[in-house]
Design a protein around this ligand. Structure first.
Ligand code: GUN
Length: 299
């Protein structure tokens, strides 16, 4: 049986470090502040936004939660983003994705002050990730996956890592991080047009699954002893559950956990780490915005 990678326990370790940093920032008169913006009432997005706001409060950060109606126009949302850009109490801004269809998400992301873009979605931060410039922000989910791999002692240098999915939120930044100098993985990115997916996956020392398809990665995709990181959070109907659904990952956990060396559960794997990295990015933004320009800080 695979070793279970406990995202909640590892996130607690991150929080222990962050609490020291928060105390030190507060002693210098700086309280990190995060604004989380939700447009519309998608239940999953609402749950994520609530969890982010709650964690800010637990850590003693300044938290602003903006819940805007599904009918919000592009102009209204831009005006909100601009106001948050100017707000000195706010170090980080996150606009929950996906927004309703009338919103041009790319334009909203470009309107963010890149120094407050704790999601790492702004073109300047994407460029900084590709250029190995540590002054930028790296998207929270890939950052969380990397931390899970490091904390579990997974060797990444020269390892074959297969990333399933090429999204701007997970797949692409994950691949960029893993191929960085100093991390040195050999990365293959798989997407909907890729041929021979099971065969490619079977060559992997590490699999990161982020394609949003429930139970896509099955036992026959996984080499014995491989490490499997499951980013998927899919709602599956489950009449036996009081909510009427259960959360399942992109990996068939029951089968794959019999062959993998280590595996993340869903929930309780990547999810808690994404929030921990959002907090870490917010604290980084606060440190960076309260030190002299040009100072480069790591997470
Ligand atoms: N939707 C799913 N993941 C994310 C994330 O990391 N950031 C934002 N803003 N929206 C998301």
């Amino acid at each position: 049986m695979a070793k279970l990678i406990d995202g909640r326990a590892i996130a607690e370790r991150v929080y222990a470090e962050l609490r020291d940093e928060i105390a030190s920032l507060k002693s210098r008169g700086a309280t990190p502040g995060l604004a989380v913006v939700l447009v519309g009432d998608d239940p999953a997005s609402r749950a994520y936004v609530r969890a982010k706001d709650k964690m800010c409060r637990e850590l003693g950060l300044h938290s602003v939660k903006l819940e805007l109606p599904a009918t919000t126009t592009q102009e209204e949302l831009l005006a909100r983003v601009n106001a948050l850009n100017r707000d000195e109490k706010i170090d980080g801004i996150l606009v929950q994705s996906p927004p309703p269809p009338q919103i041009d998400e790319a334009a909203i992301v470009r309107a963010l002050d890149p120094r407050k873009d704790v999601d790492g979605f702004h073109p300047l931060n994407v460029a900084k990730l590709t250029l190995d410039d540590d002054s930028g922000f790296v998207p929270c989910t890939p950052l969380g996956c990397l931390r899970l791999l490091r904390e579990t002692g997974t060797v990444l240098s020269a390892a074959n890592v297969v990333v399933l999915g090429r999204s701007m939120i997970v797949g692409k930044p994950m691949a960029l991080l893993l191929m960085r100098k100093g991390i040195d993985a050999t990365v293959t990115v798989i997407h909907s047009r890729t041929r021979n997916i099971p065969e490619i996956c079977r060559r992997a020392d590490v699999i990161v699954a982020a394609i949003g398809r429930p139970h896509f990665v099955r036992t026959e995709f996984v080499r014995e002893g491989a490490t499997v990181i499951d980013v998927g959070i899919n709602r599956m109907e489950d009449a036996g559950n009081e909510r009427g659904y259960k959360l399942v990952g992109d990996v068939d956990f029951d089968g794959v956990s019999k062959v993998a060396g280590a595996i993340t559960p869903v929930p309780g794997g990547v999810g808690p780490m994404t929030i921990a990295m959002l907090m870490s990015n917010t604290i980084k933004a606060c440190r960076q915005n309260s030190t002299s320009p040009g100072t480069v800080l790591k997470n």
